[in-house]
Design a protein around this ligand. Structure first.
Ligand SMILES: NC(=O)c1ccc[n+]([C@@H]2O[C@H](COP(=O)([O-])OP(=O)(O)OC[C@H]3O[C@@H](n4cnc5c(N)ncnc54)[C@H](OP(=O)(O)O)[C@@H]3O)[C@@H](O)[C@H]2O)c1
Length: 269
């Protein structure tokens, strides 16, 4: 199915899913606007896309700051034309050591994952409303469905993005602007490279992005993948809490022993 938009902006385009989204979209003939903080990585990616005959514009900014995001969107639109699809993909996670709580680290997760997504959307919504068309894509996570120890900031922020996307979808329905929420399971990227535990059904980035693009092109309301991981999440949600908590405690003990080892090896963030 051909991708239905010609100008697409992607936040978090410097690595991982965002980078691969940009490469695959550019290969399909889309002009891509690349947003993240590390300008040098974005420039390298833009050059790679141009060398392959594509079009890319770079706008380095922190998605947590609306003024910066608005400036980035204006600069991309002046180079490539009106943004038809905004993929709010920038996100961070910072799994903690047990019982170590840092307010600023959690605030940074919410600022990037939740406000960062809203900033990206709010910067393009006025133009999309005028044109009566556009597509907002929020990258949430299967982790948004279940609170997990030591990762509350990430799971909570992803639940907030998912629910906020759903609210926007309902509000924007009569305007011609579509909203899609994507909930991936584990995908091998710099984000998950830091995990020191077994990640069930871990996917490679290319097939993951392939699926995300298909879901966006089909204008899906919400897309969970891989399907088997989504079923595991659903079974977990339907499991009596006492049983779930007992299984999780055993799992967490394993993860913690892996983390303790990683911290002492100096590998953990
Ligand atoms: N990989 C997975 O298993 C998985 C699963 C579910 C959901 N997700 C979600 O998928 C999205 C992409 O993650 P990924 O796995 O591709 O991780 P990644 O490779 O670490 O990419 C994260 C991207 O976000 C950007 N970013 C972080 N903070 C930013 C900020 N303040 N302002 C602007 N850009 C910022 C980073 O670029 P700079 O550092 O250059 O700014 C980077 O390009 C995230 O929202 C993540 O939560 C991933």
């Amino acid at each position: 199915m051909p991708f239905p938009y010609k100008v697409v902006a992607i936040t978090g385009a410097s690595t991982g899913l965002g980078r691969e989204l940009a490469l695959q979209l550019a290969a399909q003939g889309c002009k891509v606007g690349l947003i993240a903080r590390r300008a040098e990585l974005l420039e390298e990616l833009a050059q790679q896309i141009r060398d392959q005959g594509g079009h890319a514009a770079v706008a380095a900014c922190d998605v947590g700051d609306f003024a910066q995001v608005k400036q980035a969107v204006d600069s991309i639109e002046s180079e490539l034309g009106p943004i038809e699809c905004m993929v709010a993909n920038a996100g961070i996670g910072m799994p903690r050591e047990r019982l170590v709580f840092e307010a600023e680290a959690t605030a940074q997760i919410y600022r990037t994952n939740v406000l960062g997504m809203m900033n990206a959307f709010y910067a393009v919504i006025p133009g999309m409303l005028e044109r009566k068309r556009g597509h907002l894509v929020g990258v949430s996570s299967l982790a948004s469905y279940q609170g997990l120890p030591q990762d509350g900031g990430y799971a909570g922020s992803k639940a907030a993005t998912r629910v906020h996307c759903e609210s926007l979808r309902l509000e924007l329905r009569p305007t011609g602007i579509k909203v899609t929420t994507i909930c991936p399971g584990f995908v091998r990227t710099p984000l998950t490279d830091r995990n020191h535990f077994d990640m069930p059904l871990l996917m490679e980035v290319k097939p993951a992005v392939n699926r995300m693009l298909r879901a966006i092109a089909r204008k899906r309301r919400i897309y969970h993948f891989p399907l088997r991981m989504w079923w595991i999440v659903k079974i977990g949600l339907a499991t009596p809490r006492w049983l779930f908590d007992a299984v999780l405690s055993a799992q967490t003990a394993n993860i913690n022993s892996g983390r303790t080892q990683a911290f002492s090896d100096g590998k953990a963030p």
